[in-house]
Write a protein that binds this ligand. Structure first.
Ligand code: PLP
Length: 392
C-alpha cells in the first residue's frame, strides 16, 4: 500500500489527499518521503518562522520536554510567564495574555472578551469583513467572511454583520450601539494577501471608539515578524483592544495567544475561560526561542530587506499570467489573470519549489523569516518556469 492509499483509508476527507508526504526539513528546505528536496515557500502556512529544525527551537524544546512537558493551567511555570512578559513588552502597552493552542482558539478567547464587554450594555453583535478568515471552530467560523466555509455549519452564533474589507463607509454604517466588537485582519491572509487601503485600521479604531466597541485585530497570520514588524497593526500606529496571535509564534509548535490591551485585559474573572494544553511549557519554550532569535538575528530587518528583493524578483517575472504582486515583507501574493493557481502550485512543486494556491487565482508565498536573497534567486526562476509551463 502506498502512503497515499493508507491516508485515504483512514483520514477524514476534509483535506482531500495532499500531494506530498514530508519527512524532514532544514532551514528553508524540506524533503519528501522519496528523498526529493524542495525550497519551502509555504512555511507550514506562515508558521515555520525560523525554518525547519532551527537549532534554537530544537534546543529549547528538548531542554523543556526533558524538564517538564506539561503542568495544566492549575500551576504557574516560568516559560509561560516569560513568554507573556515578552509579548507584553513587544506591545509596549499595558496588557494581559491568555495562551491557547491555535489561531481559532485565540479568536474564541477574543470573542468571549467581546461578549463580556457587551454584556453590561446589552450588546452582542460582531462586525467582520467579507473574505476574512478567523478559524474553523464554530465561534471563529461565525465571524469568518467566507460563506462557502460557513454555511454548511449553520446555524452559527450571532449576530454577525459582514462589510466589505477596507470600506470605511460600510463599516461606519454597520458599527453602532449594538456592536460589541469589530474583528479585522491587518491584511486579508486566506483571502489572498489583500492589504486594505492606507489608514483603514486607524478608521476602524476611530469607529470603535465612537461606538464603544472593542477592536479585535487578528494577527494570527500577519503577526510575529511576517511583515517585518512584530505586529502589523503596530506598524500602522494603531492600538487595538485585543490582538490574537498563533502561527509563527511557536515556529512550528502549537500555540496561540490572545492579548487584551488596557481594559480588555481586565474582562475575565477567575473561571471565565481556560484550556488544558494552552500555553504548555514546551510550546512556550519554542515561542521564546522564536522571539529571541528574531531579536538576536535582526530578522525583522531581514524580512524587510529580503521581502523587497522577493517582491522585485516576482515583479520582474513578466509572465502573461501574472496580474499583480501584493503584500509586504515575506508575505506575498502572486495574483493571476485566471484560475491557474493550483496548476502553478503543481508545476512549481515538480521543479522543487513549494508555494500555495491560497485562492483559485492567487499563489501565496510565506517563506521562513530566515530566508536569504540567494534563496529568493534560486526560487523565483522555478516559479517563473512553472508560470511559463502553465501559460504555454
Ligand atoms: N486567523 C487568521 C487570520 C488565519 O489566517 C488563520 C489560519 O489560517 C486562523 C485565524 C486560524 O488559525 P488556526 O488554523 O491555527 O486555527
Amino acid at each position: 500500500m502506498t502512503i497515499t492509499d493508507r491516508w485515504d483509508a483512514v483520514m477524514m476527507r476534509n483535506y482531500g489527499t495532499p500531494p506530498l508526504a514530508l519527512d524532514h526539513g532544514a532551514g528553508v528546505r524540506v524533503w519528501d518521503t522519496d528523498g526529493r528536496g524542495y525550497l519551502d515557500f509555504v512555511g507550514g502556512i506562515a508558521v515555520s518562522s525560523l525554518g525547519h529544525a532551527h537549532p534554537a527551537i530544537v534546543a529549547a524544546v528538548c531542554e523543556q520536554v526533558g524538564r517538564l512537558a506539561h503542568t495544566s493551567n492549575l500551576y504557574m511555570h516560568e516559560p509561560g510567564l516569560r513568554l507573556a512578559e515578552r509579548l507584553v513588552g513587544l506591545l509596549d502597552l499595558p496588557a494581559r495574555v491568555f495562551f491557547a493552542n491555535s489561531g481559532a482558539e485565540a479568536n474564541e478567547c477574543a470573542l468571549k472578551l467581546a461578549r463580556l464587554h457587551g454584556r453590561a450594555t446589552g450588546r452582542s453583535e460582531i462586525v467582520s469583513c467579507h473574505h476574512s478568515f478567523h478559524g474553523r471552530t464554530i465561534g471563529a467560523l461565525s465571524v469568518t467572511g467566507n460563506a462557502a466555509k460557513r454555511e454548511p455549519f449553520a446555524p452559527l452564533p450571532g449576530p454577525v454583520t459582514f462589510v466589505d474589507y477596507g470600506d470605511v463607509a460600510a463599516l461606519d454604517a454597520a458599527v453602532g450601539p449594538q456592536t460589541a466588537a469589530v474583528i479585522v485582519e491587518p491584511t486579508l491572509g486566506e483571502g489572498g494577501i489583500v492589504p486594505p487601503p492606507a489608514g483603514f485600521l486607524a478608521e476602524v479604531r476611530r469607529l470603535c471608539d465612537a461606538a464603544g466597541a472593542l477592536m479585535i485585530v487578528d494577527e494570527v497570520q500577519s503577526g510575529i515578524g511576517r511583515t517585518g514588524h512584530w505586529f502589523a497593526s503596530q506598524a500602522e500606529g494603531v492600538r487595538p483592544d485585543v490582538i490574537t496571535l498563533a502561527k509563527g509564534l511557536g515556529g512550528g509548535l502549537p500555540i496561540g495567544a490572545c492579548l487584551g490591551i488596557g481594559a480588555a485585559g481586565e474582562l475575565f474573572a477567575p473561571g471565565d475561560h481556560g484550556s488544558t494544553f494552552g500555553g504548555n511549557p514546551v510550546s512556550c519554550a519554542a515561542a521564546l526561542a522564536v522571539l529571541d532569535t528574531i531579536t538576536d538575528e535582526h530578522l525583522l530587518d531581514n524580512v524587510k530587506r529580503v521581502g523587497e528583493h522577493l517582491a522585485d524578483a516576482l515583479g520582474a517575472i513578466g509572465s502573461p499570467l501574472v496580474a499583480e504582486i501584493r503584500g509586504a515583507g515575506l508575505w506575498r501574493a502572486v495574483a493571476l489573470t485566471g484560475n491557474d493557481a493550483a496548476a502553478v502550485e503543481a508545476a512549481a512543486r515538480e521543479r522543487g519549489l513549494l508555494v500555495n494556491a491560497v485562492k483559485p487565482d492567487t499563489v501565496r508565498l510565506a517563506p521562513p523569516l530566515i530566508l536569504t536573497e540567494a534563496e529568493v534567486d534560486e526560487a523565483v526562476p522555478l516559479l517563473a518556469a512553472a508560470l511559463d509551463e502553465v501559460s504555454s
